[in-house]
Structures are given as structure tokens and as C-alpha cells.
Design a protein around this ligand. Sequence first.
Ligand code: KIV
Length: 298
Amino acid sequence: MNDILKKMKRRGRRIVALTCYDYLSARLLDDAGVDVILVGDSLGMVVFGRDSTMAVSIDEIVHHVRAVKAGVRNALLWADLPLCSLKKGVKKAVEEARQLIKAGAVAVKVEGGVARVPLVKAMAAANIPAVGHIGLTPQFADRLGGYRLQGKTSQEALKIVADARALEKAGVTAVVLEVVPEQLACYLTTRLSIPTIGIGAGKGCDGQIMVQHDMLGIYWYVAGKKAPKFLKEYAHLADVISSAVANYSGQVRRGTYPGRKQTYRLKRSDWLVVETALESQCQKRRPGGAVSRRKQNR
Ligand code: KIV
């Protein structure tokens, strides 16, 4: 299934990828023809409101993979292996990667380069397709000097190239390049046989990926943080959502929602029948006309 992407690379057809965490968005993305849908560990930030992706658990990703899978018809569904799984060692990490496949993913993305080779090989042996993720790997941002451009110096660039080559040799089906200079991304894209998917890596990659809530203009606005340079908002849904909610709140408070159009009403004659039945039931219950509980239960 992941061979589709290699074919796209060979044919020069750019790969469109987006993150997703729920059924309805999955339906929309899939219907719009997105090639790859990733249940990323960015869900720690955009769904759970945490400061980083580091504490995301395998159960959280599995839960969202199931939701997204329900809405995917044609796209390839990838899922992130969270940092918590990587920390448990190769054997356990493979078991947890398998949980993602069972939940509906067709490939599992792992952050890190040369250090991930034993895991990628073990995943291949267990028939679990792996996707690499190098450059700025958010799970290890603290070791990389924060969320900053990677591969600026020859030494850093050499390491990224070595990471990419090692992952390719170990059998990854594609590699995500995050926040690296455009020239380095082009260098890798023309030298690797596997597709490169860029995020903050310029337009020379075989495809692009973005966090859905970033490109829809929700996350950075709500988080009140400065968006990264590579981000482009294709909509500003934060405003659309805020004004719809303000409108609804105003109408509820003024009593103009629900209006006649949104209300179920019986014909006057039908309501009279129902009302009479309700009233006579009430009268039986009143002291004097009350029905005993034993009688009611019969
Ligand atoms: O978790 C995520 O959303 C990702 C993408 C940004 C590539 O890893």
C-alpha cells in the first residue's frame, strides 16, 4: 500500500499529507483527496492542550486512530509512535506499533535517525511498515536546542544525511523532514529512493505535511503563541468558530433560538388530546384522587 507513494515520487506527483484526530475531519480530508492522513502525536498539543508532544501515550494515539480510521476511505492512514513507546525498548515499541496497525494504520512514523535503525528493522521483521522523521523531531526538542532550524551547519547537515540514509537502508517507506533548510531537503529528495515529506523544509520535497489545526488557523491563535515561519493559514477558523458561538449564545440569551423553524409543534387539536390525558393523569395522582403505588404497579 505504501508503494503508492514511491510511485508518486517516481512520477513527480507531489504527496499531500495532513494530520487528523477525529472521524468528521477524516471524512472531509479523505473526500478532498488528501493522500496521507497522519494521527500525529501533535494531538498532545492540539487535542489535549499540553505544551509538547512528549507525554502522549500509545492508548491516546490508538483511540484517535480508531476514530480517524472510521472516516478514511482512500487515503493512507499513518500513526505516530509516541515517545513513551520508544522509551520502553525495541521489543515493547514493536508491540505498541502493532497496536496502531490493529487500530487501522497502514504505517507507523518514528522520530529519530540512526538511533531508530534497530526499531525500524524489528518493525520490518514484524511486517509493520515504518516512516522516518528527522530534522526537528519534537519528541527530542529539548536535546535539539528547542524548536529551531536543524541542519544549518555542515556537521548538522552531515548527521541528517546519515540519518536519512540509515533509515532508507533499514526499510522506511518515506521520511518526514521537519524544519531544515530547503537546500538540504532538495539534496536528500534527489538522492533518496523513498519519498521525502516536508514540514518547514521548502518546496523541493516529494510532498508536504501540516498539522490540520495549524493550516485551518485554530491552534496558534487559541494557544496565544507565535506561529512558526513555515506555517501558512489556509483559513482562519478560530474567527469563524468564535463568531458562530457568540451568535448562538446571543440568540439563546435573547430567546430567539430556537425559532419556529427549529421547533417541533403538534397541531392544536392533537395537543388538546395529549394535554387532556396528562391533566387527568395528574388529577389521579393528587391527594384525594391519588392512586396507590400497589395499584399503579399492577
Ligand atoms: O505529530 C505530528 O503532527 C507530526 C507532523 C507535524 C509531521 O509529526
